[in-house]
Design a protein around this ligand. Structure first.
Ligand code: IDP
Length: 157
């Protein structure tokens, strides 16, 4: 893998789906130059919710979080590019939309911590991106192709 082949997991949460934000969110990552390598529209069941959010099991908001993430379909994706996990998180904003700058996805579309529109792998949690990709996707669902504009997105490509 070359330096711009980092992959990260992103998911439009049930509130983002219901509010018609899938296209807007996908567009932002596409326009940034990231490459979509996988995507699926799914309903998360309780078991998957517990696996995905296992680190929060003891938190007071855990039951509400499981209710929320299983309340309707989500759009799960894998995006690839240079430093993809960190770049995507900077576009997503802070966990709390109230602390997210305008221009970020949560800063533009969210108001409430418990309805924050999107999930993206944490760049400060080593290996979170690969763990989450493995949880939601099979290896053969990750597609290998070149973006036609790669030579204009990366110096020396
Ligand atoms: P992240 O989604 O920005 O990575 P995490 O700390 O991993 O944030 O929390 C996972 C999700 O749990 C958040 O996106 C949010 O939906 C929810 N959450 C986190 N903290 C709270 C809280 O204090 N109250 C309600 N929901 C919370």
């Amino acid at each position: 893998m070359s330096h711009h082949d980092e992959r990260t997991f992103v998911m439009v949460k049930p509130d983002g789906v219901q509010r018609g934000l899938i296209g807007e969110i996908v567009s932002r990552f596409e326009e940034r130059g990231l490459k979509l390598v996988a995507g699926k529209f799914i309903q998360i069941d309780r078991e998957l919710a517990h696996e995905h959010y296992g680190e929060h099991e003891d938190k007071p908001f855990f039951d509400d979080l499981v209710e929320f993430i299983t309340a309707g379909p989500v759009f799960a994706m894998v995006w690839e590019g240079a430093d993809a996990t960190r770049q995507v998180r900077s576009m997503v904003g802070e966990t709390d939309p109230a602390e997210s700058a305008p221009g970020t996805i949560r800063g533009d579309f969210g108001l409430d911590l418990g309805r924050n529109v999107i999930h993206a792998s944490d760049h400060e949690d080593e290996g979170a991106n690969e763990r989450e990709i493995d949880l939601f996707f099979e290896e053969d669902e990750l597609l290998d192709y070149e973006r036609i504009d790669a030579a204009w997105l990366y110096e020396g490509e």
